[in-house]
Design a protein around this ligand. Sequence first.
Ligand SMILES: Cc1cc2nc3c(=O)[nH]c(=O)nc-3n(C[C@H](O)[C@H](O)[C@H](O)COP(=O)(O)OP(=O)(O)OC[C@H]3O[C@@H](n4cnc5c(N)ncnc54)[C@H](O)[C@@H]3O)c2cc1C
Length: 259
Amino acid sequence: VERLRGSEARRREPALAPTVRLAIEIADDHAIDPRALAAALAEACRRAGVEVLTGAVVASLEVEQGRVIGVRLADRHVITAGQVVIAAGAWSGLIDGIPDEARVAIRPVKGQVLRLHDPSGPGLLSSVLRMAGGYIVPRGDGRYVLGATMEERGFDTTVTAGAAFELLREAVELLPGAGELVLDELSAGLRPATVDNVPAVGPGTLAGLQWATGHHRNGILLTPITAEIVAAALTGAQAPPAAAAVSPARLTGSPVGVG
Ligand SMILES: Cc1cc2nc3c(=O)[nH]c(=O)nc-3n(C[C@H](O)[C@H](O)[C@H](O)COP(=O)(O)OP(=O)(O)OC[C@H]3O[C@@H](n4cnc5c(N)ncnc54)[C@H](O)[C@@H]3O)c2cc1C
């Protein structure tokens, strides 16, 4: 981490406003495009032989004698499985069939984000710019993501003028050229959050049930460690040290399943 005077910050990012007097450079901060990551992960799964069902809505867990034995889809089709991983984002706590004492409560935290582009191509900003209320992420090809609001509004995903205003106001103050960017999209998503805002990953208290949810603001960042913890839990390998801190059991009652 390096502390920069305004002039040095502007030498590195010339489009920063003349009013910027101090900046912090974080050399190891990186960004990826989450939409590209999700598409790449889906493709990697297919190539590894995973059968991916799109549009299949899980209506409930199938539980027999205190153990999860599969899931029932909304079309009533049942998929049997020795282990089920709930990774349904903000909806993870709503799936039927989970005994109350084994359920991890998840609440949605709404985030609105603006996508913009520079018709003259990349160059306005080369590194991620973090501000008090959000960030601007250059995608490297003239596209920018400006985010994000944090709103406790249940499952509401409407987009609002106020959010666009708040996001743009701060961005334009620090990066005046952002006002010239073309608006492509204002969208809202729901972050899955637990009661303590720490993820719930790994086995809970119902036999055969794993959780991979509650990642709140960091679900993309935490993709690799989440995969490691879940893979270890499913294969019986030793859990990585981080697993203890995110154990879903801290959020549920006492064990209700068999071994
Ligand atoms: C505006 C915004 C900005 C963000 N910025 C960042 C960031 O910079 N860095 C970062 O690391 N994270 C960020 N996040 C958080 C990140 O997006 C989430 O933590 C992550 O998407 C959670 O992943 P998930 O797979 O658990 O849930 P989701 O991505 O919500 O996926 C859950 C999936 O489950 C499906 N589903 C739900 N119920 C069912 C059902 N019954 N049957 C079948 N499927 C079902 C849903 O349709 C959805 O496809 C941001 C989030 C928002 C909204």
